[in-house]
Design a protein around this ligand. Structure first.
Ligand code: G4P
Ligand code: NA
Ligand code: NA
Length: 194
């Protein structure tokens, strides 16, 4: 997605060879016009999938998630994160380990918001190791529903998440694919169709 790539070039800050800061349009301040285009792009890529719900995780997945859900005319659910949890029977719970933050969160979704006949599109802002995406997919599968795909705003292609998700059989659509963050420069995966 050229518009998003241009935004990363203009405003992304390379914090290290692993971390890209995009707090001017995605992770702190949010750009609603850009997010609207993000929603349209995901919708066009998944238009034949008869999606019934979009699932993301708080907090930074909510903006791209809601714009995609709006365009698809379906509800958005965001999984909640909490450190630890007393067991409850009315929620799905999955553990998600973050290598970046070196902490485990439990993510939860109320059972009433996913039905077995749902066709769910998972959306997230970043894809690194894929832990969040796998946790969300496990929740959909606990509900007996179908993961039709995973839509990512910014994929760090030098980390293993994409390949692990593909190996597990999921369709992954990333709007921007970052090949490297070396020398304080963002290098993109070359693709014909941007
Ligand atoms: P993974 O799910 O793919 O395994 O990723 P990881 O655990 O490494 O991600 C932990 C958090 O860090 C996530 O946000 C993720 O979006 C974010 N993240 C990972 N890599 C980058 C990066 O290069 N740049 C930025 N800006 N964020 C990155 P989170 O803790 O869920 O926070 P929130 O922003 O959604 O509230
Ligand atoms: Na994030
Ligand atoms: Na996220």
């Amino acid at each position: 997605m050229q518009l998003l790539r241009n935004k990363v070039i203009a405003e992304g800050i390379v914090l290290s060879n692993k971390v890209l800061k995009v707090d001017s349009f995605l992770n702190h301040q949010m750009d609603p016009v850009l997010m609207k285009e993000v929603g349209k792009e995901f919708t066009s890529r998944f238009k034949d999938e008869a999606i019934t719900r979009v699932l993301t995780i708080e907090s930074s997945g909510i903006a791209p998630g809601i714009m995609t859900a709006l365009e698809l005319n379906v509800p958005l659910i965001f999984a909640r994160k909490q450190k630890s949890l007393t067991l409850k029977h009315d929620i799905y719970v999955e553990k998600v380990y973050s290598f970046t933050k070196q902490e485990t969160n439990e993510i939860t979704v109320a059972k009433k918001f996913i039905d077995p006949n749902d066709r769910v599109l998972i959306i997230d802002d970043f894809l690194a190791n894929g832990e969040a995406a796998f946790g969300l997919a496990r929740i959909v599968e606990q509900a007996g529903a179908k993961v039709v795909g995973i839509g990512i705003v910014i994929e760090k292609s030098f980390q293993p998440g994409r390949q692990l998700l593909l190996d597990a059989g999921y369709r992954v659509e990333s709007l921007v694919r970052v090949a490297a963050l070396d020398n304080e420069t963002v290098t993109f995966v070359e693709e014909e169709d941007i």
